[in-house]
Design a protein around this ligand. Structure first.
Ligand SMILES: [Zn+2]
Length: 325
């Protein structure tokens, strides 16, 4: 009986105790409703393995999957003035900021980094929709200017991933001023002859599409991304007419000449390598010759939605890892 009580029972318990937190291990696809195992989902860059629906991906995870070996250095962004309008709706603006910082673990809605992608040195910026809707405030403006300045200084291409609900209302006119500011930053990049590539992700709307998100030398979008200034609901209400199928989605915009490419996230890195090499006058990369990105992005342990998956190669090793927790 010793063997059963000492070995078998704890083993069974450990297997079942792991099953007790399904909400941490599974995510539901918004599009097809399939339950997806988080490890499989993050290995596929948050693209549904069943229907190909592109879910949001955090800038840090995106960079880990973009840069060679997942290695990148953050570019410092100058801090803007805190809450200049002393704005208050149901909550004070600084309180909203602090709540967003706590839930995302990030300082603001844009992350800027430099590193190599397929041995091509680049500067990259990515907007975080989970941080107050990725809204463009003074910090995001500063981040884009810092990214453009760094790209000019290092003579590198700038790759920008946009995702935003628009301008940050809590900063009023100061958020709208980021439209001309970021446009000037992009112009600076163009005058220096450095390529600027925009990857539009779901959703990219409002003032962001009226400035830096639409000024790329190459405009790529992820499949199914909503890209617009005013959203379909507002337009439908204003016109009083039914809008065509897929209106303002990436594929529709590609058909109507607003985009150059619609590229699935899992092929994006290879495509960006190809484009940046071409624009920088380098020969095409030989397949299999380039360094791989990192292992699938690992969620930050503090994230509440998904626990950090173990970097185990197979099930057995991860079971052991679970037991040591
Ligand atoms: Zn799906």
């Amino acid at each position: 009986m010793n063997w059963i009580t000492n070995y078998v029972r704890p083993r069974i318990n450990s297997i079942f105790s792991r099953r007790e937190t399904p909400e941490n291990l599974w995510s539901k696809c918004d599009e097809c409703g399939t339950m997806l195992f988080h490890r499989e989902l993050s290995a596929n860059l948050n693209v549904c393995t069943s229907c190909g629906h592109h879910m949001a991906i955090r800038p840090r995870d995106r960079f880990t999957a973009l840069f060679d070996g997942g290695i990148f250095t953050e570019v410092k962004v100058p801090e803007p003035t805190d809450d200049p309008l002393r704005f208050r709706d149901q909550k004070k603006y600084p309180e909203r900021l602090r709540a967003a910082q706590k839930s995302t673990g990030e300082k603001e809605a844009m992350l800027v980094a430099e590193g190599e992608m397929g041995r091509m040195p680049i500067v990259a910026a990515a907007q975080d929709f989970s941080f107050m809707g990725g809204s463009m405030g003074m910090y995001v403006g500063n981040a884009i200017i810092a990214a453009a300045e760094r790209a000019v200084e290092l003579k590198r291409p700038l790759v920008l991933f946009s995702a935003a609900g628009g301008a940050r209302m809590q900063e009023g006119i100061l958020s709208l001023m980021q439209m001309p500011r970021t446009t000037v930053a992009v112009q600076m990049l163009k005058e220096a002859g450095q390529p600027y590539i925009v990857v539009l992700t779901h959703p990219t709307t409002g003032g962001v599409t009226a400035s830096y998100a639409m000024l790329g030398d190459i405009q790529i979008a992820e499949p199914g991304a909503l890209i617009c200034f005013a959203g379909p609901r507002v337009i439908q209400q204003t016109l009083g007419e039914k809008l065509p199928e897929g209106f303002q989605r990436a594929e529709y915009l590609l058909d109507h000449g607003m985009l150059d490419r619609v590229t699935p996230r899992t092929q994006l890195r290879d495509e960006l390598i190809r484009i940046t090499r071409m624009l920088m006058g380098q020969p095409p990369a030989v397949a299999g010759d380039l360094p791989a990105p990192a292992e699938p992005p690992v969620e930050e342990p503090k994230s509440e939605e998904q626990p950090a998956p173990e970097k185990a190669e197979d099930g057995t090793a991860s079971e052991e890892a679970d037991q040591t927790k």
